[in-house]
Design a protein. Structure first.
Length: 109
C-alpha cells in the first residue's frame, strides 16, 4: 500500500474532526457544554493520534490548536479544567480535574 493511500483515511478522519469542531464553534458559548464538547473532541483526536489513525499535522487545527499530540494534550487539559470550573458538584469537579491531570503532558523537573 502506498503512503498516499495510507494517508487518505487519515485525512478523512482529520476532515471529520474539523467539521465537528466547526459545528461546535457555531453552536455554543462559554459554558460547561461548550468545554465538554471541546474536551471530548480533543481527547478523540489524541486517541486517533495514539492509534495512528491520523498523523500529526500543523496544517489542520481544532479550535485553533494544531493537530500535534503535545498541543492537543495542553488544549484537552485546559478544556477539562474549564469543565471542572463549570461543574455543578464537587464530585464532578474531581472527575474533570483527574481527567485533566491524566491527559496533561509529562513534565520533568
Amino acid at each position: 500500500m502506498s503512503s498516499e493511500a495510507e494517508s487518505e483515511p487519515s485525512m478523512l478522519l482529520i476532515e471529520s474532526l474539523l467539521k465537528a469542531a466547526e459545528k461546535i464553534e457555531s453552536e455554543l458559548s462559554d459554558d460547561f457544554t461548550d468545554w465538554k464538547k471541546k474536551s471530548d473532541l480533543f481527547l478523540l483526536a489524541i486517541k486517533q493520534l495514539e492509534t495512528r489513525q491520523i498523523e500529526n499535522t500543523e496544517s489542520a487545527k481544532l479550535f485553533g490548536v494544531p493537530i500535534l499530540e503535545a498541543k492537543l494534550r495542553d488544549a484537552a487539559e485546559t478544556a477539562l479544567r474549564n469543565c471542572a470550573h463549570f461543574a455543578e458538584s464537587f464530585e464532578e469537579r474531581v472527575v474533570f480535574v483527574d481527567g485533566a491531570n491524566k491527559i496533561r503532558n509529562v513534565t520533568w523537573f
